[in-house]
Write a protein that binds this ligand. Structure first.
Ligand code: IPE
Ligand code: IPE
Ligand code: MG
Length: 229
């Protein structure tokens, strides 16, 4: 269990949902919502790091199920991700970037860009995990398969915690889902066992830093028992 100051957020995770509906409300294509969502992502990450001093931030950008979306939308999303990665490469990065999920389907070039960014930022104090082509089920299955390949015949909880890709960071203290749905949609299934969950109707592009403040404040008032009394 995370050993940390009580009430303080060490790791915050966001399910950035609601871009499509945000655009629809404005009679705009879904892709426009994703562009706006990417701007919001940059603002919220900056705020969590620089103002709230939260050491670990994880965002859910694209799930293993999101490939089912129309090709036009998937292409637009990948273009946005790539622009963000290239932009991050050009700038002096103050945050360590780690991608969660299998990079292969993005193609050789983009995969290389992702790896370069991970390498370039690896010494930074704060960490941003970007879950892209990420699925909680795939993560656990991959971890178990890699343990089997390493010769293990009996698997412990610690083995899985160590082998999952999101295991490079501590489990999230809080998971915030925007967009009004009450589900995890295959996000951090192993790591979320004792996370505090927050759901807001606010669509991701509308999330404000003051709402983040309120959520963090609400977190500090929750009693986390981890099964104890
Ligand atoms: C979240 O917004 C972004 C991704 C899943 C990539 P959505 O695109 O799911 O937006 P809604 O839920 O349709 O409004
Ligand atoms: C979850 O949102 C995935 C991301 C935010 C990247 P979805 O919009 O894909 O989730 P469902 O389909 O409503 O469960
Ligand atoms: Mg959605």
């Amino acid at each position: 269990m995370p050993n940390q100051e009580k009430g303080r957020v060490n790791h915050i995770a966001f399910i950035m949902d609601g871009n499509g509906r945000w655009a629809k409300k404005r009679l705009m294509p879904r892709e426009f919502g994703h562009l706006q969502g990417a701007e919001k992502f940059k603002e919220i990450v900056r705020y969590c790091r620089s103002e709230l001093h939260i050491k670990y931030i994880t965002v859910y950008a694209f799930s293993t199920e999101n490939w089912k979306r129309p090709e036009k939308e998937v292409k637009a999303l990948i273009k946005i991700f790539r622009d963000c990665i290239e932009d991050a490469e050009r700038k002096e990065q103050k945050i360590r970037v780690i991608f969660l999920g299998n990079k292969e389907p993005f193609g050789e070039e983009m995969k290389a860009e992702m790896e370069r960014l991970e390498e370039k930022t690896k010494e930074n104090e704060y960490t941003l995990c970007v879950a892209m082509n990420y699925g909680g089920h795939a993560e656990i299955v991959d971890a178990v398969n890699s343990l089997i390949s390493s010769g293990k015949t009996k698997i412990t909880e610690d083995d899985i915690s160590g082998a999952i890709c999101s295991g490079v960071v501590p489990p999230p203290d809080m998971i915030v889902r925007t967009g009004g749905e009450f589900r995890l949609s295959n996000f951090l299934l192993w790591q979320s066992s004792y996370s505090e969950l927050f759901f807001t109707d606010t669509l991701w592009p509308d999330l404000s830093t003051s709402e983040v403040d309120k959520l963090v404040d609400e977190f500090s008032k929750r009693q986390r028992r981890f099964g104890n009394v």
